[in-house]
Design a protein around this ligand. Sequence first.
Ligand code: AMP
Ligand code: ZN
Length: 114
Amino acid sequence: MSGCLFCKIIDGGIPAQKLYEDDEMLAFSDINPMAPVHFLVIPKKHVENIFELQAEDAALAGRMILKAREIAKERGCEEKGGRFIINAKTDGGQTVNHLHIHFLGGRALGWPPG
Ligand code: AMP
Ligand code: ZN
């Protein structure tokens, strides 16, 4: 979608530190990391947020979660874990309106969120 930051990353118009890419998803490091390990997994098709996911997207969503877990493992976060997060809309603090899974790890994270 034109004007979407993450669609521009997918199209190569904006650079990113890519960690994984296939036909349907892309993973890249967050530009403003909140933890020693902080990356995002996004679908290549523009989906605004988790509320816009459709039933036919179920397999894609599942593969994105498993890929986030795989990259977290590769980055040394399996033993101590971390957090898989999907912010949504205004109350969720979503700032980029293209669905993304955050993974944060490499330090102990506080709970509850502020
Ligand atoms: P959210 O607040 O859940 O919408 O998260 C959006 C995330 O995208 C934030 O953690 C930003 O730091 C990250 N971000 C914004 N622009 C870029 C970019 N050009 N490359 C990588 N990450 C970005
Ligand atoms: Zn987009």
